[in-house]
Design a binder for this molecule. Structure first.
Ligand code: ATP
Length: 262
């Protein structure tokens, strides 16, 4: 089995401020105000070619930060990520330019992906058809719903045929027909030995689609392994968490956030 993505002791720290004044003070006298917050804290994992890995965890646990680092959108503060192929990220907000139309975004993103004019002309009708946007393809993306943006982002990214695909909640906003079609396309990717990271709160989809799961809690990797093993424990945790009162859930979040400082 060949390694596709190696995440080595990766952390992402952000500075947190309570006010603009604190932020300014930190700028003038570095370290005198604000505090560090570990969005992702010393995570290591290896994905092999053909692995489909689900990223789970409650809100704020660090899934998007980690997937954006794997996708190369956000640089790690420390640690390194070694990848053996092209990577594309499809996120809920899809990274599209809001001022451009759907059609212009297709051209723009294809150019960024290094496609030549002939390839763009060949792929555009396929992308438009996959996106199911009809005449909305000529409208600026700022007029799209989040589901429509996600459809366009998904259609463009899968046309690129990347080696590594990062899907961040992109299937949670579309309609069922589009989700099923996208899952079919992802299954094709899987069969072709591509590596996929799949961020979702939909545990049914995770269990159906992923053969490995990484569970993040408070920015740390709590457990990583075969889906069945990790999900059994994660679902117990989620059941327990859901049964807590609002106050107890808040106490859990405050306690976890405290451990992330520094
Ligand atoms: N640019 C940023 N600046 C400051 N803090 C950030 C930034 N991005 C993320 N964070 C913080 O890092 C933590 C992890 O965020 P992240 O979006 O990765 O979590 P998540 O697991 O994807 O959450 P969700 O399920 O709600 O999408 C959160 O506490 C968030 O507030």
């Amino acid at each position: 089995m060949k390694e596709a993505v190696v995440v080595k002791n990766v952390s992402k720290k952000y500075r947190m401020y309570r006010s603009k004044k604190e932020q300014l003070k930190d700028l003038l006298l570095p370290g005198k105000a604000g505090k560090n917050f570990n969005a992702v804290d010393d995570v290591s994992l290896t994905a092999y070619e053909g692995d489909v890995i689900g990223l789970v965890g409650i809100n704020g646990s660090g899934k998007s930060t980690l997937s954006n680092m794997i996708g190369g959108i956000v640089p790690p503060t420390t640690g390194e990520i070694i990848k053996t192929g092209d990577t594309h990220v499809i996120a809920i907000n899809a990274g599209l330019n809001n001022e451009l139309t759907g059609m212009e975004n297709i051209e723009f993103k294809c150019l960024l992906m290094g496609f030549n004019k002939a390839k763009i002309e060949r792929l555009t009708p396929e992308i438009v058809a996959f996106s199911e946007l009809g005449d909305f393809i000529y409208q600026p993306v700022k007029k799209y719903s989040s589901g429509m943006k996600s459809k366009l982002g998904f259609a463009i990214s899968v046309s690129a045929d990347p080696d590594i695909l990062v899907i961040d909640e992109a299937l949670s906003v579309g309609d069922q027909t589009f989700t099923n079609k996208s899952l079919d396309r992802m299954n094709e990717f899987k069969e072709n030995g591509k590596t996929i990271f799949f961020v979702s709160h939909n545990l049914g989809q995770i269990k159906k689609f992923c053969q490995k799961v990484a569970w993040l809690e408070g920015g740390k990797l709590k457990k990583y392994g075969p889906t069945e093993e990790v999900m059994e424990e994660y679902e117990k945790f989620i059941d327990h968490y859901k049964k807590l009162s609002k106050k107890e859930q808040e106490a859990f979040r405050v306690e976890t956030a405290k451990r992330r400082e520094g």
